[in-house]
Write a protein that binds this ligand. Sequence first.
Ligand code: ADP
Length: 230
Amino acid sequence: MQILATQGLCKTYGKGETQVQALKPTDIAVQKGEFVAIIGPSGSGKSTMLHMLGGLDYPTGGKVFIDGTDIFSMKEKELSVFRRRKIGFVFQAFNLVPVLSVEENITLPLLLDHAAPDKTYVQEVIHALGLEQRRTHLPSQLSGGQQQRVAIGRALAAKPAIILADEPTGNLDTQNSKEVLALLHMSVQTYNQTLIVITHNPEIAAHADRILRIEDGTVTELEAGGSHAQ
Ligand code: ADP
């Protein structure tokens, strides 16, 4: 089942002499349960693409379909609700709310959506992420690796159609990177999540089902890896 597709998706910044074609017209399709890594040099257009896939930034041209919805055909308010329900984000900077506990950070997107959290599922996620002993802690009381685990939990909480991660291990040491990688893997397998990850980490790329390489705004597909897709 196709969960994400782009048609001629492109982005140009600026005008005239300072114009930068950050993403050239791109058609990609991602199936439910796939783990896709995006690699490429700095400044090649990776974040630009990811932000548009998640409806965080508008394209200059083209379309993004998530779960069959043409996301940029929605009004801004509708899109922000759609994002909260359908897309989980994990960033390099963990972006947790400092005054909220681990558990509150994880359920925040649901509460913002006035949805009752599926308590059993949230507890299962907290357990799977190894955060049971930390549920009442504040982000400042956690290590970087633990904070990123909370961010993964927050991304999983709404059972989104897709999780988009931008350098999720960029701020972590080797051991914590390994743990975060294992948890991202777990989310793909246990919850049949679809995951698109920008990474410089060769281990993450090696575990992906597919690798997309971006260079100067042009996306090409590299070799296939694992086999989680359904
Ligand atoms: P990457 O994520 O691969 O490092 P980016 O998507 O951030 O690359 O950037 C791609 C290109 O677009 C770069 O040349 C960058 O300088 C340019 N760019 C990114 N964001 C902006 C912006 N807001 N305004 C102007 N140029 C931008």
